[in-house]
Design a protein around this ligand. Sequence first.
Ligand code: NAD
Length: 250
Amino acid sequence: MNNMETPTTTIAVITGGADGLGLALGTRLVRSGRRVALWDLNNEKLQAAAAILGERVITQIVDVTDPVATKTAADALAAAHGGIDILVNCAGITGRTNLKSHQVELADFERVMRINVTGSLLAFQAVIPHMLQRNYGRVLNIASIAGKEGNAGMLAYSTSKAAVIGMTKVQGKDYAETGVRINALAPAVIHTAMVAAMPETQVHYMTDKIPLKRCGTLDEFAAMAEFIVSEQNSFCTGFTFDLSGGRAVY
Ligand SMILES: NC(=O)c1ccc[n+]([C@@H]2O[C@H](COP(=O)([O-])OP(=O)(O)OC[C@H]3O[C@@H](n4cnc5c(N)ncnc54)[C@H](O)[C@@H]3O)[C@@H](O)[C@H]2O)c1
């Protein structure tokens, strides 16, 4: 199989795309002429995004933890648009934070793992057959600096993001001899609804560790993510890109 394929573009899927980082990247891709499908649970935010972004955007209410919903949505998109060439796994939650590890409740831990890890896998499994069929694809899993470094007070979240990084390493190798590239991105703090919902002390702990002494912006995220899912990113797979204002230098 040729691992340098670059076919014409079809459609990009962004999970958790109704808000935050996913919406910022979706907006950027639409403005550069791409068609984008936003998958999310929040219909109100999906409709607001569709109203702003116009006809290049398709919105689908998809719970990424549901294997039937993810497969049904992916198959319908591929049938309507001739394939899927980009998947960005952005759906994610922090769960309860600012807790010592012994205080973490099992139900909360399992919910975070199910959305952040299992959800990323299910979306991937729904989309990858369509990429392999055309021997081209770009997958981006949104991890976190928490997965590289371990943020105190965030056991469930940090564990889930470390798992996303591990999963990306395996997926990159599994499909390296095809035209599909699979990478992750590990941001530090970027102001979104997810961060706004966290306790102030937890957010202060994270921003204080950033050498640039500021949060990242949605534009900075979208610019890097756009490159990672582009055709130009052709000789990199299984890697976790950094977006941490100097916190991680590896
Ligand atoms: N904002 C940051 O500073 C930051 C830093 C590092 C990593 N991240 C990661 O980036 C991703 C996006 O974060 P964000 O800050 O944009 O969050 P956000 O809360 O603004 O957006 C996340 C979206 O995911 C959706 N979602 C949640 N559960 C879902 C499910 N089961 N199925 C489908 N959609 C679901 C939500 O409705 C929401 O629209 C997350 O994986 C997060 O862990 C964020």
